[in-house]
Design a binder for this molecule. Structure first.
Ligand SMILES: N[C@@H](CCC(=O)N[C@@H](CS)C(=O)NCC(=O)O)C(=O)O
Length: 199
């Protein structure tokens, strides 16, 4: 597999996920500040011209949500996703769609100080999103119980990003959850790669 990647961007989430899977991959560096960005080669993989994007043989696509879902299913032995027949699969999918569908738009709303009506906006608002997430967290547990899944990774990555930039409140539940996720070996390995690539 090849990950189209740029250091210090959202592509870290996909990099962390690849480390969780243990599957072989290479990095294709993208300079998102280059005049020719996005170039034709990246657009052929991700029509949005954004990172991250993934190539796996004939599979070519972008967006963290899609990449994490794909990799969790591909690395079936790693139990990073509940099986299709498991009732937990529904809530897993809800949390997998939550960063892009709820957290990201709510962060933009906060950043631009442009509140919308929570009943009209599909993402509700940040207060509502934070309450929903915090209510799903139990210290020492992952979102679906004892097993860490791709949803924990994606939510932890998204919360860490938002808290770092002051767009998400540093609730004790979020600090505890992200702290545990960031202590994982795969996160530490991905951080070392990120530090080397970003140097
Ligand atoms: N929803 C996308 C967002 C990806 C995204 O916005 N990536 C930024 C870097 S953090 C990017 O590629 N920016 C350069 C550009 O938009 O051309 C995902 O999570 O994969």
């Amino acid at each position: 597999m090849k990950l189209w990647y740029s250091p210090r961007t959202r592509s870290f989430t996909a990099l962390w996920m690849l480390e969780e899977t243990g599957l072989p991959y290479t990095l294709e560096r993208v300079d998102i500040r280059a005049a020719e960005h996005p170039n034709a080669a990246l657009l052929a993989v991700n029509p949005m011209g954004k990172v991250p994007a993934l190539e796996d043989g004939d599979a070519r696509f972008g967006d963290n949500g899609a990449i994490l879902l794909y990799l969790a299913d591909k690395a079936a032995g790693k139990a990073l996703a509940p099986a299709a027949s498991d009732p937990a699969r529904g809530r897993y999918l809800q949390w997998m769609l939550f960063p892009a569908g709820v957290i990201e738009p709510a962060m933009m709303e906060r950043m631009h100080k442009a509140p919308v009506n929570t009943q009209q906006a599909g993402w509700g608002d940040m207060d509502r999103a934070q309450k929903a997430l915090a209510s799903a967290m139990t210290p020492g547990q992952w979102l679906l119980g004892a097993g860490f899944t791709a949803a924990d990774l994606y939510i932890a990555s998204s919360l860490s990003f938002g808290m770092q930039f002051g767009l998400i409140d540093k609730l004790p539940a979020f600090e505890e959850f992200t702290g545990r996720a960031r202590a994982r070996e795969a996160f530490v390995r991905a951080s070392a790669i990120e530090a080397k690539e970003g140097a």
